[in-house]
Design a protein around this ligand. Structure first.
Ligand SMILES: [Zn+2]
Ligand SMILES: [Zn+2]
Length: 265
């Protein structure tokens, strides 16, 4: 399995997962053109995508959906409440449906086996996944108010974890241009994951297996990559020596403005 995060954050989320000849995009929050451009920059051809899987309807995860599906004729794997909530109007005709998915039913796309699970987030039927292929396992959950026990349990045994580190609490509190209601939403149990919550997960619930821990969906206004990384590294280093080897090397931060390096398993 090979994984490349094409972009992450409120300006657009898209993660490319490849196994053998199977290529799947998890979320398509970048424009169709930008998705194709970033794929090309990492040596991939958007016309060879086999499917797009959508976690939930928020614009930063679904913005490119109609255009990508229409122009590339890529089947979209999406829950029915999520598609309704996308508010596509007439454009819904441009969606080429793949399998109808739900947050409780496993499904396969080519060589990839998807195991979805529901997450606490303020959307119609938000879901996260573990994905398995060729003996490797990835866990990805990037919009969730907190990393609950179900997510922690599903993540066990993952070789790669892509988890949210959206905000630093003091930076969010101090942010002068976010209205109070928005701050409440972000901080809520169905909102987004803070650096503290991400670190708590790594300290208390992480099983220590993943050689790659990718921090994702960082806010540009209320977080800083160095702060998120430090919180994660310190949490892993606080674990027993068995867990904490190479903590620095294992943690990386996904970018909003360009693709990550490939993670190869
Ligand atoms: Zn969201
Ligand atoms: Zn999001």
């Amino acid at each position: 399995m090979r994984i490349c995060i094409l972009g992450s954050g409120s300006s657009g989320n898209a993660t490319l997962v490849v196994s053998g000849e199977t290529r799947v995009l998890i979320d398509c929050g970048l424009s169709a053109r930008e998705t194709a451009r970033r794929m090309q920059s990492v040596g991939e051809d958007a016309t060879r995508l086999d499917a797009i899987v959508v976690t939930h309807e928020h614009g930063d995860h679904a913005r490119g959906l109609a255009m990508l599906s229409k122009t590339l004729k890529v089947p979209v794997y999406i829950a029915t409440p999520t598609l309704s909530a996308c508010g596509l109007g007439e454009k819904v005709r441009d969606i080429r449906r793949g399998e109808v998915i739900t947050s409780s039913q496993d499904f396969e796309i080519g060589a990839l086996r998807f195991h979805p699970f529901p997450i606490p987030h303020d959307a119609a039927d938000p879901m996260a996944f573990t994905v398995e292929a060729a003996g490797a396992k990835m866990g990805i959950a990037v919009d969730l108010g907190h990393i609950n026990s179900l997510a922690a349990e599903r993540f066990r045994g993952s070789d790669v974890l892509i988890i949210e580190a959206n905000y630093e609490i003091e930076m969010l509190r101090a942010c002068s241009f976010y209205p109070w209601a928005l701050k409440q939403r972000i901080m809520g149990r169905q909102g987004h994951t803070s650096n503290d919550e991400m670190a708590r997960y790594l300290l208390e619930d992480f099983d220590g297996k993943a050689g790659h821990v990718v921090l994702a969906h960082l806010s540009r206004n209320t977080n800083h990559p160095d702060l998120a990384r430090l919180a994660a590294v310190q949490a892993i280093e606080a674990r027993s020596p068995l867990f904490s080897a190479n903590a620095e090397k294992r943690v990386r931060v996904a970018r909003y403005d360009g693709p990550s390096d490939w993670i190869e398993l």
